[in-house]
Design a protein around this ligand. Structure first.
Ligand SMILES: [Zn+2]
Length: 206
C-alpha cells in the first residue's frame, strides 16, 4: 500500500495492529476519523489512554473495576458462597446479561494452553485456590468454553481442590463445543447455568 503521507501511514499501521483489522479496514477507519470532527478522535484517544493508564482489577475476582473491589464483589445482594470461574471479562458480561446468576465470579485471564505458552502460573488460578481454601465457598461453577484448553483448565483447578470438599459443577453443554461463551444467546446461556451438572459427571461423559 503506497501512502502519500507518513502521518497517514503510521496511523493506518497502528490501527491495523488490532485483531481482525486488515490494512484496508484500517485505512477506511482512519479516513473516517479524519472526516469526523476533531474532538471525536481526541475523545477516542483520550478514553483509550486513560483506560490504559488507570485500569484496575478487582482484588478479589480480577474483573476490570474502577474500585479496589468491583461492584459485583462489593454487592451485599450477591451470593458469596458460589463462584463462577470464567476466562475473561467478556464472559462476566455475557453471564450478567442473562440475569440468571446471583453468585460471584473469578476471572482467570485466559486458559491453560501449552501451545501458546500459557501455564497455570500465568493465570489467576493460585488466588482462586487460596480463596476457596480460606472457606466460605460452597460451589465452583466452571464456565470456560468447551475447548480442549477449557477442559484442561477445569481439570487442573478441580485437581488442585481435591479433598477440599466443595461442590464443583460445569455449565450444561447446551453450548456446542468450541463456541465461545460470549456468542451464546442469553436464553441458552442462562439455561445452561441453571441446569449445570456436577463436574465429575462431565468428566465421565468425555
Ligand atoms: Zn470483583
Amino acid at each position: 500500500m503506497e501512502f502519500s503521507s507518513k502521518l497517514l501511514e503510521n496511523a493506518v499501521y497502528e490501527m491495523s495492529q488490532l485483531p481482525g483489522i486488515g490494512k484496508r479496514t484500517a485505512l477506511r477507519l482512519v479516513l473516517h476519523l479524519l472526516k469526523r470532527p476533531e474532538a471525536q478522535t481526541q475523545n477516542l484517544s483520550k478514553a483509550l489512554s486513560k483506560l490504559r493508564e488507570e485500569v484496575n482489577f478487582c482484588t478479589s475476582c480480577h474483573n476490570i473495576s474502577d474500585a479496589e473491589l468491583c461492584e459485583i464483589c462489593a454487592s451485599p445482594k450477591r451470593d458469596a458462597t458460589t463462584i463462577c470461574v470464567v476466562e475473561d471479562i467478556r464472559d462476566v458480561m455475557a453471564i450478567e446479561n442473562t440475569s440468571q446468576y446471583r453468585g460471584l465470579y473469578h476471572v482467570l485471564g485466559g486458559k491453560i494452553s501449552p501451545m501458546e505458552g500459557m501455564g497455570p502460573q500465568d493465570l489467576n488460578i493460585a488466588p482462586l485456590i487460596e480463596k476457596v481454601k480460606a472457606g466460605g465457598v460452597d460451589e465452583l461453577i466452571f464456565a470456560l468454553s468447551s475447548t480442549m484448553e477449557g477442559d484442561t483448565t477445569n481439570f487442573y483447578i478441580y485437581k488442585q481442590l481435591e479433598g477440599v470438599g466443595i461442590k464443583t459443577s460445569t455449565i450444561a453443554r447446551g453450548i456446542s463445543v468450541g463456541d465461545e461463551l460470549e456468542y451464546a444467546d442469553e436464553v441458552t446461556l442462562g439455561r445452561s447455568i441453571l441446569n449445570r451438572v456436577p463436574f465429575e459427571t462431565s468428566i465421565k461423559a468425555n
